[in-house]
Design a protein around this ligand. Structure first.
Ligand SMILES: [Zn+2]
Length: 566
């Protein structure tokens, strides 16, 4: 009997300690406007975080009471908060490598192109490759492709292989072609093109699969450059409020693909990864992953794998998208299917086999024929493998047969799209597609009206790693040249709220992670963004002036806008 009160006291103390533990927020943000993406509690004034998880969303008064002993308090001053952005399609280390390399994306003439590469080459040791670039000849007048002659005289000692911004063609200089053993006798590669002058000499431009002729002689990046590239990429992500990325395989060789993943693993292991990464392997890796027992979204909250990427076609800018009917400016030519599809039976067998063991499938498809063909393949695999929570994805979905829009919801296929491409390509797409096909290009409204799941991303470094710019593009469809102030194909615009949903919940769903992130609610990962403007209550045309004020990743501030930039 005597021990009973003692027991009761101990129990009460334990309960009190437990209660104290349950109410020990490490970071609270008060006096704001929290957009939660949680349908049960769409908005709040304040948010409490404990460690790397959200503890509570509610009024400032209620949330203040949850503060633990060393709690950091941020007064939002009325600012808007949204869940951390999740970019569903990036090439993360390539993007970082681009940031630390030669910049050609704002080059407006072929002369400037040569000058920019020459200036960069002068600072490099002899023999070092010049890569990346992100040029776009559609910015030049006339919009002719560059040739190796433009850069040979300024790059005699450095091989060059610089990419167009769409990632579907690249320019080599004479030094690079010499190392690769390429001359007028080199044969074309299936699924690609060696662009030639009227005499049959390579001009230096290689399209799609033909780029492998040069890439196979390029050395892999040294670890120091990989480190610098990943650091630069993480800084860029934090500055744009991007707390998760889905890294679609883009490495030219298996060796390089492994190097990039090992780099991510190294950062994850050392606790230095400041963005969550879902990594895709090339489809051809499926058997190795299946043998190891890997399934979709395997890994830790910062680094996961289990997605497989392949290609059905090329891109619109290079006229390598695979279309039902010929391009408007190229009678008789409807683009190219990819080399992955050249063995259609083998391709289907890989997709079916990978799906059967629970791996996730993402296929790049831009042209209407490519999209239709991939939907057919998915439909067949679903039929043969039976019901499963598989979440097939089509990447880009740019030029859609309107009658295919309904198949995304029916088949449970996620449309992983990049809104910025519409305001970029919208400058010239009609020239290639004609007036009818553009009506269902970048058809977000059409897809949402047919209940498709949209996951938004950038395709960085093809386009800027900036969700606010993507949201602006989705809500306005104002092309970059300013020629469509009311929107290019305006009926396909969506609302800011729909675009934010696609950049948060939609992307989380696309990587099987909607239970742990995408919305701000108790128990979910503490990734959020404070914005300089209330994007839901300003005219969409002003969205391009909104910036990220603060980024919180895993419960800690990883980016803060400096006062001078207010
Ligand atoms: Zn991509």
């Amino acid at each position: 009997m005597r021990s009973a009160p003692c027991f009761a006291v101990t129990l009460l103390a334990a309960l009190a300690a437990n209660a104290a533990y349950a109410h020990s927020a490490t970071l609270i943000l008060i006096n704001g406007k929290i957009w939660t993406e949680n349908p049960k509690q769409p908005e709040g004034q304040a948010i409490a975080i404990e460690g790397n998880r959200i503890l509570e969303v509610g009024s400032s008064q209620a949330v203040r009471k949850l503060a633990g002993p060393d709690c950091k308090v941020i007064d939002l001053g009325g600012r808007r908060v949204v869940p951390g952005f999740n970019d569903s399609h990036v090439h993360f280390i390539s993007g970082g490598d681009y940031l630390i390399g030669v910049h050609l994306d704002d080059v407006n003439s072929v002369d400037e192109f040569g000058r920019r590469i020459g200036d960069y080459a002068r600072k490099l040791p002899q023999g070092v490759w010049i890569r990346n670039g992100n040029w776009d000849h559609q910015r030049w007048t006339p919009a002719n492709l560059p040739t190796h002659q433009v850069i040979d005289s300024v790059t005699p000692d450095n091989p060059v292989f610089v990419w167009r911004s769409d990632g579907h063609m690249a320019l080599a200089n004479a030094a690079a072609m010499k190392l690769a053993g390429i001359d007028r006798n080199t044969k074309d590669v299936p699924g690609g093109e060696i662009v030639r002058d009227p005499q049959g000499n390579p001009t230096g431009v290689f399209k799609d699969e033909a780029t492998s002729l040069v890439e196979r002689v390029m050395p892999a990046l040294p670890e120091s450059e990989l480190d610098a590239a990943l650091e630069a990429a993480m800084q860029e992500a934090a500055s744009h409020g991007v707390t998760s990325v889905q890294n679609l395989w883009d490495a030219p060789t298996d060796q390089y693909s492994a190097l990039k993943f090992r780099e991510l693993e190294k950062f994850a292991r050392n606790g230095k990864l400041r963005v969550r990464v879902y990594n895709a392997n090339p489809l051809r890796d499926w058997k190795a992953l299946a043998t190891a027992g890997v399934q979709a979204a395997f890994g830790s909250p910062v680094l996961r794998m289990g997605n497989l990427k392949s290609f059905a076609d090329g891109a619109l800018g290079s006229e390598t998208a695979w279309m039902d009917a010929p391009f408007a400016d190229k009678p008789g030519y409807s683009g190219l299917s990819s080399s992955d599809l050249s063995d259609s039976a083998g391709y289907y067998a890989s997709i079916q086999g990978a799906d059967k063991v629970g791996l996730q499938i993402s296929v790049h498809a831009i042209g209407d024929r490519a999209i239709h063909t991939v939907l057919d393949i998915f439909e067949r695999a679903e039929h043969e493998n039976g019901p499963a929570d598989r979440r097939f994805r089509i990447e880009h979905v740019q030029h859609l047969r309107p009658e295919d829009a309904g198949r995304f919801a029916t088949l449970g296929v996620i449309a992983s799209m990049q809104p910025y491409h519409a305001i970029d390509d919208g400058r010239w797409a009609e020239k290639e597609l004609g007036p009818v096909r553009i009506q269902s290009s970048y058809a977000w409204r059409l897809l949402l009206d047919h209940h498709a799941v949209l996951a938004f991303g950038s395709d960085w470094p093809v386009a800027p790693l900036d969700p606010l710019l993507g949201i602006y593009a989705a809500a306005t469809r104002r092309t970059l040249d300013g020629k469509n102030p009311g929107g290019w194909v305006p009926q396909q615009r969506i609302t800011v709220a729909e675009a934010v949903h696609a950049y948060t919940v939609g992307s989380a769903y696309a990587e099987h992670q909607e239970q742990v992130k995408g919305s701000l609610e108790p128990g979910k990962l503490a990734d959020l963004v404070v914005l300089t403007a209330d994007i839901f209550n300003i005219p969409p045309a002003d969205l391009d002036k909104a910036r990220v004020y603060t980024t919180v990743f895993d419960g800690a501030v990883v980016y803060q806008q400096r006062a001078a930039q207010h």
